[in-house]
Design a protein around this ligand. Sequence first.
Ligand SMILES: [Zn+2]
Length: 95
Amino acid sequence: MSSHTYDYLDGNAAAGELSAIFAMDVTIAESQCAHCGAIKRFAEAHVYMQAPGVVARCAVCEHVLLRFVKARQRVFLDLRGMTCLILDTSQPHEC
Ligand SMILES: [Zn+2]
C-alpha cells in the first residue's frame, strides 16, 4: 500500500471547469457515490487538480466520483463513480 498522499481541494475547485458544460452550478448539487452510497453536496468532494484533468473523490470513501479531462476541442467526462447527480432547479444560478 502506498503511503504517498496528494493534496486536494474541495468540490468548489471544479466549478470553473464544470460550468463550461453544466449550465447549473454543480457544486450545490448532491451526488451519490456508486461505491459507498453516501449522498453529499458535490462541493464536499475531494478534488485533485494535479492530474492532466480534474478528479473528484468521495469525501467518505475516496472512491472516484468524476473525471474531467479537456484535450484540444474535446471534453471527456466520466461520471461512472456516481450513482446519481441531483440538481435542484429551484435554486437560482448565475450564467
Ligand atoms: Zn463513497
